[in-house]
Design a binder for this molecule. Structure first.
Ligand code: CU
Length: 167
């Protein structure tokens, strides 16, 4: 399956072209799951050319997909669903372990390292116009070093992906 790599290459080309007035999504990845794990997180970097907002994320791999915020609350790391995530013009917004992330729950199948997980990002601009961006996020094993040679994101090991909404 070479297709995901081709899609990635297109995104990177776009990122380097100053004239490209599209929302750019880079470095998307999903944390691979261990047996019995029902949920996981997806991470990426998003840059919008104009003020916009990430309002929804969908994936055929999960029954429920939400945008989550992670924050310290009385010295306890908690996460909660948010309506959306602001994407200020020209600023790269990182979805990373320990911060904002795409929460994938009710997974259809386990996600193995190396799997390509399709995500659809729904971006809304100031004028309420919506666009969708298809992303193929590559699954990485917990604690693994990416093969690409890029360093893993800081704080990755601190991210506990337990879901605390019910509490
Ligand atoms: Cu979460």
């Amino acid at each position: 399956m070479k297709l995901p790599y081709l899609l990635c290459a297109t995104v990177f080309f776009c990122a380097s072209a100053a004239a490209c007035a599209q929302v750019v999504v880079k470095d998307s990845w999903v944390r691979a799951t261990v047996p019995q794990q029902q949920s996981t997180g997806a991470f990426m970097q998003i840059t919008a050319p104009r003020d916009a907002r990430l309002v929804d994320v969908r994936s055929p791999a999960a029954g429920i997909v939400e945008i989550h915020e992670m924050r310290m609350d009385n010295n306890v790391m908690k996460m909660r669903a948010v309506d959306g995530l602001d994407l200020p013009a020209g600023k790269t917004v990182a979805l990373a372990p320990g911060g904002y992330h795409v929460m994938m729950m009710d997974l259809k199948t386990p996600i193995k390292a190396g799997d390509s997980v399709p995500l659809t990002l729904v971006i809304e601009e100031k004028n309420k116009q919506r666009q969708t961006i298809e992303v193929k996020a590559v699954a990485r094993a917990l604690g693994s070093t990416p093969e690409s040679g890029k360093s893993p994101m800081a704080g990755e090991h601190m991210h506990q992906h337990q879901h605390q909404q019910q509490q």
